[in-house]
Design a protein around this ligand. Structure first.
Ligand code: XIL
Length: 766
């Protein structure tokens, strides 16, 4: 129901009905009884709404339920006499060794001074305890701060203790904690663990999407943050004067929180059509306009303080030629923030922007404040002007934290060097860099479809865009402007000439664009573990703007057959296209790639030897063709020097990346459910497991059958969720005890995978 309604509101194209059916949307997104949000949070009582259930004081601290809370009605308050005093939950037996988890929590203190708050895990293997700090933040008095990061459970045995805890402030300072989260990191979230300071976001418009299980799972399986598309714009929050409406925005912020994330506020000052007519229809004095704007900023930033961790204070104030955007050009419609009459700084250039930042900092000292604009990802007159403006702001101490680069792309090729140079100068100002609105729109036919060829090229654009930004330490967020092609602003905006701009298709299945993002995050050679190397090879990390993520792994070979072996995870078995990125340089020679399965010593060459010589340094991608990977797991990729020119002392091979594109792969139970024992008189409460596939997200179907239907009939097994997060629940028949083997079947439409789980039912049930 809701998928279609929203889709229609976005996409009034001719032949819509045929289009919907062809795209599978009618079936794919229909709401139903099983439409429940992804159940991935593994913590008990994560929002402290059930009092202290599941939680204890860490290191002997006293905890109590608190009405000072981040959301809902309660949080926890920790009375503390030591820095490590905190609040904890025992995770022993719940989390799987070797598996990365994305974890987060919100923390606050009422200390008069800034305090340090930390999210940590403590593990004890045998008798050796280890504490791992996942996230550390400084928090000002009375404000909630988001702590987030990754944790991988140790593989060593015996694991005797595993505890999630939040602690940190000075002894005596009361600590409040709310909205904690632990979920297996999968898909893009897992790939992004290579960049601990980077978060991935997506925006969503309609408030009802969060209840669509496929949509919710696609978000939670891959992104850390969800933000509003329109609901925190001026009209979204103050549709008529002094009437503030927060419900729609809050449903999206709450959705993000429920999946472990935070949200960006977008945007306070903007000329666009999301300025309500009550502002634009009346001609007022500058003082009156200023009152309206300051009142809006004060009210909404105060309302959301601690929940919107970033604000776009000013959006799109610059024209393509680098002049400030005038608001006189649409009489009767303009918001008049700048000129005619503006808020009082009409003849003072960017002063109205600076004043807006100053005002916002005063009303919300904790949000990071951004200037946000489009068509400024390359060096051009517009980004030049923004650069000069932000340089002035930094020099003058105007409170600005970052530059939001919208990055709505229509490119056929991405200009990497130009984008790199542009990002570099903004990073040099000390600003955070965020890609805030990434999408790559494609020309579409009258039914709204792009060609297979352009969908393929789109994967390259995503790979290049993210791959370039990853080279910057200040790059903190890559936010996509939407999740799937069935819900995007692009169709309407382009008068239905362009579309399909996102990572997931109309069925919420993964596109080459998804794999472009995944490869940028997952495939960088400098991040891959080095498993092995020949005796006289000296491998090292190299940095160069010519390389993706600005870094690579160099193999210094001195003789033929010198090699280095890197490890890369193949998430699915099946056929993949393998490409490698290398830096060609003046050492003449050839390199050969060979692969071996996990723990094997048998390597197989893939592709032919590739020439490494170039008169000047040149980043080049080599397509090694289609390769069958008969199993999933950590594969070995061995790069060998085949030869070197007699006149070269050595052969310096710089490996930039390994890029893997699935052609056709089997589904996989990436985190199967553990065997279960059901206590007497009980049912099996939902147990989380992960099943994924190379293309299917929305359309991966998991079913279950029981080997002992006299104990647990098939109809008493309930699978909920959508890829990647599913749960299985079971209700044994009354007065039965025994064992049954559950067979789970994952079907992506063509290929299947199976997984068995043992269920032991103890004693008789009433
Ligand atoms: C767009 C939304 O996606 C549309 O739904 C809405 O009708 C208009 O605004 N730059 C921005 C965003 O800063 O706020 C715009 O969002 C897209 C371009």
């Amino acid at each position: 129901m809701h998928g279609i309604t929203n889709y229609r509101s976005k996409m009034k194209v001719p032949g819509l009905r045929a289009f919907l059916v062809a795209a599978g949307c009618a079936q794919g997104l229909a709401a139903g009884a099983a439409d429940i949000p992804a159940p991935e949070n593994m913590l008990t009582n994560p929002g402290f709404e059930a009092g202290l259930t599941g939680w204890d004081g860490h290191a002997g601290a006293m905890i109590e339920s608190s009405t000072i809370r981040h959301t809902g009605t309660n949080a926890v308050a920790v009375a503390r006499t030591a820095t490590h005093h905190g609040v904890r939950q025992n995770m022993l037996g719940k989390m799987v060794p070797g598996q990365p988890y994305f974890v987060s929590a919100w923390a606050r203190t009422d200390s008069a001074t800034n305090e340090t708050v930390m999210l940590s895990f403590r593990s004890t293997v045998d008798a050796t305890a280890d504490t791992t700090a996942i996230a550390t933040e400084s928090v000002a008095s009375g404000c909630w701060v988001w702590l987030s990061g990754y944790y991988t459970v140790p593989l060593d045995e015996p694991l005797n203790e595993l505890v999630f805890f939040v602690s940190g402030p000075m002894p005596g300072v009361k600590l409040y904690v709310d909205n904690a989260y632990v979920a297996p990191a999968t898909g893009l979230r897992k790939a992004a663990a290579h960049y601990p300071g980077l978060r991935l976001g997506s925006t969503m418009g309609p408030t009802l999407f969060p209840t669509n299980v496929k949509f919710a799972s696609a978000h939670a399986g891959h992104f850390h943050m969800a933000s509003t598309e329109n609901e925190t714009k001026f009209k979204g929050l103050q549709p008529s004067q002094n009437t503030f409406t927060y419900a729609k925005a809050e449903s999206i912020i709450d959705f993000s929180l429920a999946h472990g994330g935070t949200s960006r506020g977008h945007c306070l000052v903007w000329h666009g059509r999301w300025v309500p007519s009550w502002v634009t229809s009346e001609v007022r004095t500058p003082a009156a306009m200023r009152d309206i704007l300051w009142n809006h900023i004060d009210t909404v930033t105060t309302h959301f303080r601690g929940r919107l961790s970033h604000w776009d204070v000013v959006n799109e104030a610059m024209m393509a030629d680098g002049s400030l955007r005038s608001t006189t050009n649409c009489p009767g419609e303009s918001p008049h923030w700048y000129d005619n009459p503006g808020i009082g700084y009409a003849t003072n250039g960017a002063m109205y922007i600076a004043e807006a930042f100053k005002h916002t900092r005063l009303s919300d000292p904790d949000a990071k404040l951004f200037y946000n604009d489009f068509d400024c990802h390359y060096t051009n007159s517009k980004s030049d002007a923004i650069y000069y403006m932000l340089s002035d702001f930094v020099a003058q101490g105007i409170p600005i934290d970052g530059f939001g680069i919208q990055t709505h792309l229509t490119d056929n090729t991405f200009k990497i060097a130009d984008n790199y140079a542009n990002l570099q100068r903004f990073q040099d100002l000390g600003l955070d860099l965020q890609i805030t609105e990434l999408d790559v729109s494609l020309p579409v036919d009258t039914n709204g479809f792009a060609t297979a060829d352009s969908i393929e090229k789109q994967g390259q654009i995503y790979f290049d865009t993210l791959g370039t930004a990853l080279g910057f330490s200040n790059f903190k967020l890559c936010q996509i402007w939407g999740i799937y092609d069935g819900y995007t602003w692009i169709y309407k905006f382009s008068d239905y000439a362009r579309g399909q701009p996102l990572l997931f298709d109309f069925n919420i299945d993964k596109k080459p664009a998804f794999w472009g993002v995944w490869n940028a995050l997952n495939g960088q050679a400098e991040k891959a573990a080095v498993l092995d190397g020949s005796a006289d090879n000296t491998s090292s990390l190299v940095n160069s703007p010519l390389l993706r993520a600005a870094a690579g792994r160099r193999l210094n070979a001195y003789a033929a057959n010198d090699f280095i072996t890197l490890q890369t995870e193949m998430p699915f078995k099946g056929e993949w296209n393998v490409k490698i990125g290398m830096l060609k340089a003046s050492d003449a020679g050839q390199v050969q790639l060979a692969i071996a399965p996990p723990n094997s010593t048998t390597f197989t060459n893939i592709g032919l030897p590739q020439d490494t010589y170039s008169a000047s340094q040149l980043a080049q991608e080599f397509d090694l063709g289609m390769v069958d990977f008969p199993e999933a797991g950590d594969w070995q990729f061995r790069f060998s020097a085949v030869s070197k020119h007699v006149l070269s002392a050595g052969l310096a091979l710089t490996i930039d990346y390994i890029r893997l594109s699935p052609v056709h792969c089997s589904p996989r139970f990436t985190l199967p459910p553990a065997d279960q024992t059901i206590p007497a008189n009980s049912d099996l409460a939902p147990v989380l497991f992960l099943a994924e596939d190379d293309t299917a997200s929305g359309s991966l179907v998991v079913t279950a059958t029981s080997s002992n239907t006299a104990l647990v009939p098939d109809a008493h097994l309930v699978i909920s969720g959508a890829s990647p997060y599913f749960t299985i629940a079971a209700t044994p028949l009354p007065n039965k005890a025994g064992q049954t083997t559950i067979t789970l079947l994952a079907n992506d439409g063509t290929l299947t995978a199976t997984q068995t789980v043992s269920l032991v039912v103890l004693d008789r049930r009433r």
